[in-house]
Design a protein around this ligand. Structure first.
Ligand code: HPA
Length: 233
């Protein structure tokens, strides 16, 4: 039957789902890494595919940008389609010296300026954290594949264009926060709510300290190492 955002039928989506923000990356991952990929969703161009990787059934679903969009896709994947392991594969801006373009950041926890968890928890400041088992597996796989990875708290920001962006980034960097994305806080919160496993892995696409940016081509290549890790864990 599907949902307003996803035309997949129950059973069309695997328990393990990779979640790029960009639906075109979902297509790229499906076409380049999965065997026999089948497209199960085209609603709003937010492509989703299911195929197999080394014999294991895996799906890859675009989530769009920002926490509200992640909220829709991740909620439905978990509640309607039975997803159990959700691995966000995205990009981030680096906030810390020594975390360079193309490095992989594995998010142990997410700090946010979003209102979503203020709305959920009122005066309580909830700490959204990764699945320990996925985090451990990703860390070990990165070592094995000799990919430079950093495990850290990240900042899930509500605004890409923020009047106070520099100020917030500097403050959070001084508390050890490594990088900025826009989705992880909601993914981790939902996974904890529903008792499933979630992990975010991000390749650094821009350095917010120096202003350096990856070219579109570099973004894609750096991305490949991370996808391999996500598929192997
Ligand atoms: N901010 C938020 N999300 C991002 C960024 C950024 O600078 N770069 C890649 N994803």
């Amino acid at each position: 039957m599907g949902t307003p955002h996803n035309m997949a039928n129950k059973g069309d989506i695997a328990e393990k789902v990779l979640l790029p923000g960009d639906p075109m990356r979902a297509k790229f991952i499906a076409e380049n890494f999965l065997e026999n990929p089948v497209c199960y969703n085209e609603v709003r161009g937010m492509y989703g595919f299911t195929g197999t990787y080394k014999g294991e059934r895996v799906s890859v679903q675009g989530t769009g940008m920002g926490m509200p969009s992640m909220h829709i896709y991740a909620s439905e994947l978990i509640r309607e389609y039975g997803a159990k392991r959700l691995i966000r594969v995205g990009t981030c801006g680096s906030l810390r010296e020594g975390i360079d373009l193309k490095d992989v950041v594995i998010a142990m926890a997410s700090t946010t300026d979003s209102g979503m968890n203020k709305d959920r928890f009122g005066s309580i400041s909830f700490a959204p954290t990764a699945s320990f088992s996925l985090l451990k597996a990703a860390w070990e796989k990165a070592e094995e594949l000799q990919v430079k990875a950093v495990v850290s708290n990240i900042f899930t920001s509500d605004k890409f264009y923020d009047d106070r962006g520099n100020e917030k980034n500097a403050l959070l960097a001084s508390y050890g926060v490594a990088a900025v994305d826009m989705e992880t806080c909601e993914l981790y919160t939902l996974a904890l709510k529903y008792g499933v496993d979630a992990l975010t892995m991000l390749t650094v696409s821009d350095n917010l300290l120096t202003g350096e940016k990856c070219t579109a081509e570099e973004r894609q290549t750096a991305f490949l190492d991370m996808i391999r890790i996500a598929l192997e864990i």
